[in-house]
Design a protein around this ligand. Sequence first.
Ligand code: ZN
Length: 274
Amino acid sequence: MVLDNHLHLQKHGENVDAVRRFKKMGGTHINLTNTPDYTQKVDASYHRKIYDMTIEIAHAVRRAVGVGVIITLGPYPADLVNFVKNGGAVEDGKELMFRAVDLAVEYIEDGKANAIGEIGRPHFPVSYDIWEASNEVIIYAMRAAKNLGVPVILHTESATEQTWRDLAAMADKVGISKDMVIKHYSPPVVGAENYGIFPSIIASRKNVREALKQGTRFLLETDFMDEPSRPNAVLPIESVPRRARWIVQEYGVETWEKIMDNARRIYGGALDES
Ligand SMILES: [Zn+2]
């Protein structure tokens, strides 16, 4: 198994063709996350449209490429910022984010999706109100994920010690296993310094080398955005399979399998059904 734990595909991007390149390099599974689209208004109907689009692309990938697709759905942290920028009140925006988590829950219960995310707090400075509302959304989504027994994928500011500590405190408050609280776009912090939050690391060679010095409790991702104006950002879609080959060569196949065991533990049967 070769899983890219976090990427995006877009209707106006390469979508299916990009995944063909992923498969050719040896990729077997992707975790597909919805992508914000601010050409549309962030209102009460916004998230259903975004989620349905993601599911449609996932079906197309399965059909056309035969790669397993885990689907992660949730309100993106900047959705709240966008809502407020367009004149909405923070309080109303927070409710909208809660309802978007509820909708993700509904889709997961219906077997249409497998995880909640990427939810969290903006990676750029925002008002205190938006920051606090975003933290409430994190707690709300963690609670939902715990009840469903699925992972929650977090998008936050660049992780510092404070970030890890905040997230761990929230997870403890909710009582969700920290294995199921995944920090996407994580730096290679694999040991106790991440306070137990599960790292999904950007799959650069440097990161992987750093991560493997500390252990194998991590997953790899490209955060590929499939955005024609930013080709190959954040990393090219072939990066995880390429890195997997390199890990097998340099560290042995058991090391790679240990990394994939994390995915088997976290996603369980969803991987077989993907
Ligand atoms: Zn992302």
